[in-house]
Design a protein around this ligand. Structure first.
Ligand code: HEM
Length: 407
């Protein structure tokens, strides 16, 4: 009976052909390493966020008078399993960004931003930027003390342009305009909450959905990179490729199970990191909490911003890091790919990885003069990574040519 129904469907949709084309005829390198799973884990987390978010919207109220109660009373106490969906969504936001960071470092390590995958990288970068904005807008919605003051600090950052050494008047006006535009006025009130809500639940997820679809289309078009850094010829080296199903589906599916186990361990037993106690106090514009810092995924940028003595240059520096990340395909023009085959690049990659991690840790600490100096030193190392890429590329071109074009 079921077979008859499926055959009837297939006759009309040709879904079996589509399945064969996309899952079995689609081939990937056999030697993909563990970190290649992060793309799939990001996809799973994206679905988790959409499903849990849709359930939360049914009960959340985006007005100052009710936002806090709807999140912390209606959802957490009145609705059956409302707490579970809030836990899933809050943990999911953190897991999503952690996985995306791991996915980005994997792309950098294997140089997956290089030809023919430049567009995959560029669209990925836009996804990252959109994701940060989505997290920022969602953070305000529970209208707790941390939500409120965290957003106040973030929306004040553009005002630091007033510290500009030249054209002070123009920069001050630009900074203030951006800051007021982000807040919807001089204070965070209903207007900002409504706008953040609209962006967080509708516009940004739609944009993300579109961007992720383009990203996956581009990954398919360019093919997944090879950890060894060379492009596999589909015709003459077919023995190095394996069908996506069952090879990848089983291998990455098993890892995804472990990931979900870890995720739900946090959801059920360890939520204090993702829903901190301070945020169970309603927003009070007259009472500044003692420790206000952005969420962990922004701490590295925050540390770059605050460790540089001039607010203007701090602002320029962290924006420049974002731009340099986008420009990786241009900065690294070496003919060689993958840190496995590029010792100089490997060393600089480690410098970048550890500096980013240390800046994140420093961002959690008190702003003492020693910490500010350490912050500046590791900011310098991050820039050194980007600046070293053209030099390494130049040297590697020399070696490449000396070996007759063989890497
Ligand atoms: C919602 C977020 C994202 C999702 C769901 C996603 C999904 C994926 C998937 C499924 C793959 C193929 C498998 C793999 O190589 O892991 C992939 C590849 C890739 N992604 Fe993403 N991605 C996301 C964000 C990003 C970001 C933020 C960047 C970089 C800024 C990025 C850059 C890349 C690159 C360069 C590849 C090619 C990897 C290779 O061929 O080795 N992605 N992505």
């Amino acid at each position: 009976m079921l077979k008859k129904l499926l055959d009837w469907l297939d006759e009309r949709t040709h879904v079996k052909d589509l399945y064969r084309e996309q899952m079995i005829d689609y081939k990937v390198p056999k030697n993909l390493t563990f970190p290649y799973v992060f793309g799939v884990l990001a996809l799973i987390t994206f679905v988790i966020q959409i499903v849990s978010g849709v359930i939360l919207i049914m009960y959340y109220k985006p007005v100052m008078a009710h936002a806090f109660d709807s999140a912390n009373y209606t959802i957490m106490k009145e609705i059956s399993f409302g707490w579970l969906f809030r836990h899933i969504h809050a943990a999911g936001a953190n897991f999503f960004l952690a996985i995306v960071y791991l996915h980005m470092f994997t792309g950098i390590y294997y140089n997956a931003y290089k030809k023919p995958r430049e567009l995959v990288w560029i669209v990925g970068w836009v996804i990252y930027f959109t994701l940060l904005t989505t997290a920022l807008t969602g953070y305000l919605l529970p209208w707790g003390q941390l939500s409120y003051w965290g957003t106040v600090v973030t929306t004040e950052i553009p005002a630091s342009l007033a510290d500009a050494p030249i054209l002070k008047g123009i920069f001050t006006a630009i900074g203030e305009t951006i800051s007021i535009w982000m807040k919807g006025g001089y204070k965070l009130e209903d207007l900002a909450l409504g706008r953040f809500f609209g962006l967080h639940v509708l516009l940004l997820p739609l944009i993300l959905l579109g961007l992720v679809s383009i990203h996956l289309f581009l990954v398919r078009a360019a093919g997944i990179s090879n950890p060894e850094g060379y492009e596999i010829d589909k015709k003459s080296e077919s023995e190095k490729l394996a069908p996506f199903h069952p090879y990848i589906t089983l291998k990455e599916g098993a890892i995804a199970m472990w990931y979900l186990a870890l995720f739900f361990f946090f959801v059920f037993f360890n939520m204090s990191h993702f829903l901190p106690a301070d945020n169970f106090e309603p927003a009070d514009p007259l009472k500044t909490p003692p420790h206000i810092a952005p969420e962990w995924y922004l701490l590295g940028f925050y540390e770059v911003f605050r460790s540089i003595p001039s607010k203007f240059w701090g602002f320029v520096a962290f924006n420049l890091i974002l731009i340099l990340l986008l420009l990786l395909p241009v900065l690294d023009f070496s003919p060689l790919k993958s840190a496995r085959r590029r010792p100089l690049f490997f060393v600089m990659f480690l410098v970048f990885l550890f500096s980013s991690m240390i800046l994140t840790v420093l961002g959690t600490m008190a702003p003492t003069p020693t910490n500010a100096q350490l912050g500046m030193f590791f900011t310098f190392l991050v820039f050194l990574f980007f600046l070293s890429l053209p030099v390494i590329s130049f040297l590697e071109w020399g070696w490449y040519r000396a070996r007759g074009g063989k890497s």
